[in-house]
Unconditional design. Structure first.
Length: 384
């Protein structure tokens, strides 16, 4: 069993279950590829993965640390293998780190990659504006909607575009991704199928980059919020955050993956009771609705196809029955304001990670025997 991360805020690193000098023939260690670096091969059967799933990872800034926690628990548990991952924004970053870590070092390598990256995100932000970061943390805790720094930035972003207040197009995330991601290794390995979504600025269409097309720019494009960053240019086309058209896109998992089980790790609440009254709450709710709209649209299509199959109106095997599952923490996420999505405080990130781990454990206990058998989400009640 892998070592458990420490308690919230501790920043403890995952323990290594097996080292590079694992014995030859152990199915749990990276297997040599035909050429290039070694690639991890999922262990199957006794002592290995019992079920395989596809992951659909939403975006949400710092709230992506919840997804980190869910992934960390899945990897630690060891009974669930991953066939494909479709992801957007912060989910795309988690997905790329997961794919790279798995390819190079198996589940423990992926856990280490995720931990290291989120730690660097926190350290980089706190080093950039240490005094403001400390003062806002002391005054406002995790919810910083009324912190002076956030209010000033929010006001500036509504008056000035990133092309005005950041004319050179500086994106601090770029260098961190360049230093962290081994793009060529991810491209060369087939450990998981990877699909990263971005939105074409001019056409409004979704662009899905698979692992063979993966670049740092593709990940940046998927996480490009237009009021903060310049659009990312790839092959002469410009892209914004993928969440506008696919948060995340499910169809690559349906058409290009073997597993019928899709596990959506949702960090954007769908239901929020009451009518928002302040300008900030209205904008936050509009963003939630916008970033959930594409997911709800695809879920309606899945529900329609499922009904056709159930009513035997389509029985020639041309349509695939998908089994839908979900890990979420809406009851907690609705309490975090929009500014918390930009909160890099390490204690906050570890809190979200630990919530994710707990929700993942609850989901595993309730669902693992139902994988491959039935959906555990009532699509009509949840999305229609």
């Amino acid at each position: 069993m892998a070592g458990r991360p420490g308690k919230s805020g501790s920043g403890a690193r995952p323990g290594a279950r097996r080292g590079a000098a694992a014995r030859k023939g152990d199915a749990r260690v990276p297997a040599p590829a035909a050429s290039g670096p070694a690639c991890y091969v999922w262990p199957r059967g006794a002592g290995g993965c019992e079920k395989f799933i596809n992951l659909a990872l939403q975006g949400g800034g710092a709230h992506g640390a919840f997804t980190w926690g869910v992934l960390d628990k899945f990897l630690e548990d060891g009974r669930i293998g991953i066939d494909g991952i479709s992801a957007t924004s912060a989910g795309a970053i988690n997905a790329a780190l997961l794919a790279q870590g798995l390819a190079a070092g198996g589940p423990d390598g992926a856990r280490e990659q995720l931990h290291s990256f989120w730690r660097k995100i926190s350290e980089g932000a706190s080093h950039a504006l240490p005094m403001m970061h400390w003062l806002e943390s002391m005054a406002w805790g995790w919810n910083r909607d009324w912190a002076m720094g956030h209010l000033l930035f929010d006001l500036a972003s509504r008056v000035l575009s990133p092309y005005q207040f950041n004319p050179i197009g500086f994106n601090p995330l770029r260098q961190l991704l360049v230093e962290t991601l081994d793009i060529e290794h991810i491209r060369s390995c087939e450990t998981v199928k990877l699909f990263i979504s971005a939105t074409n600025v001019e056409t409004g269409k979704i662009r899905v980059f698979d692992h063979k097309e993966l670049t740092v720019d593709a990940v940046l494009a998927s996480a490009c919020l237009p009021h903060i960053f310049h659009a990312v240019e790839i092959d002469g086309q410009h892209y914004w955050d993928g969440g506008y058209m696919g948060n995340p896109a499910l169809y690559p998992l349906i058409y290009d993956c073997m597993s019928r089980d899709i596990v959506i790790i949702r960090i954007n609440p769908i239901v929020r009771r009451g009518v928002p009254q302040t300008a900030r709450d209205i904008v936050n709710r509009l963003n939630e609705i916008t970033f959930n709209s594409s997911l709800m649209r695809e879920m309606r299509a899945i529900a329609f196809v499922t009904r056709l199959i159930d009513e035997q109106k389509v029985n020639d095997g041309t349509m695939k029955r998908m089994l839908i599952h979900m890990v979420e923490a809406d009851d907690l996420m609705i309490d975090y304001g929009v500014a918390s999505k930009l909160n890099p405080d390490w204690r906050f990130l570890c809190h979200l990670r630990d919530v994710g781990r707990a929700r993942a454990q609850r989901w595993i206990d309730a669902t693992i025997d139902r994988l491959g058998v039935e959906s555990t989400v009532d699509i009509r009640e949840e999305f229609l």
